[in-house]
Design a protein around this ligand. Sequence first.
Ligand code: MLT
Ligand code: MN
Ligand code: ZN
Length: 309
Amino acid sequence: MSPASASSPRLRALVLGSGGGGGVPQWNCGCRVCRLAWSGDERVKPRTQSSLAVSVDGANWLLLNASIDMRQQILATPALQPKGDGRHSPIAAVLLTNTDVDHAAGLLSLRERQPFTIWGTQAILDTIGANRIFDVVGRAIVPRHAVKLGEAFEPLPGLTLEVFPVPGKVPLWLEENEVKTDQIGEGTVGVAVEAGGRTLLYAPGCARVTDDLKMRIAAAHALFFDGTLFADDEMIVNGLGDKTGRRMGHMPLSGPGGTLEELAACAPARRILIHINNSNPILIEGSPEEARVKAAGWDIAFDGMEVVP
Ligand code: MLT
Ligand code: MN
Ligand code: ZN
């Protein structure tokens, strides 16, 4: 690291997990992408489930979501491993963007009486608060801070965040008969991370692009966006499930109203797809679908990717 970068705040993001729910390969899946991954084919990188780590000093890190693959991600990431003698962790804070299993269950891996802080909207904190298994992460040691939509807060010195509503739905494990799949509220949010005048936007789940989201994206230097499915019906067509992407609260990349079309004009120079489901053919290097998203200006996140916005 040069002296200049050591002294001035410099926003850095590490992709801990670039896969969607289930990861790549998924434990019970033999779809085209998973088959290549199971066989060790170099065209498909294995991916853990959705999470990003951000820091300005490289010593203290904020996790954007607590992936169910947390332990594996820490093992793969020296920056997140304990330094010095005794108990220690560079993980100083965790922000949740929703309460899906892939994004929240990793809190259970952070349960060994280690101080850090948890941040989320009141609705998100209420959901984990109503589920007593999360009390294993003791509130006296790990306080939970509610944040309001559109209000700036500083979970770590020099790192300013703002959460904003993104159309989405209740987590799968709380679904009842009627599910509104593009609800605007506190249940699904995106987050803007700002440090030293640089802004990164993270929205791993998005059912629909709103005007507010377009404005925020236009002002950001880097965007990590929902890359769950390539085609809305790919789970159905491949015999993997009976839901469309939109039914799962994720807009597809292709097709009318898809991400490639919706964000063609307003995405920043650095735009990266994350939370990519194992059914998505962009995960196969050299595939026509990968070529299409790259030609549209998108990068495809991989575990261990580092981004300096
Ligand atoms: C999703 O993003 O749709 C969820 O991860 C689904 C799930 O919990 O498996
Ligand atoms: Mn998910
Ligand atoms: Zn699969």
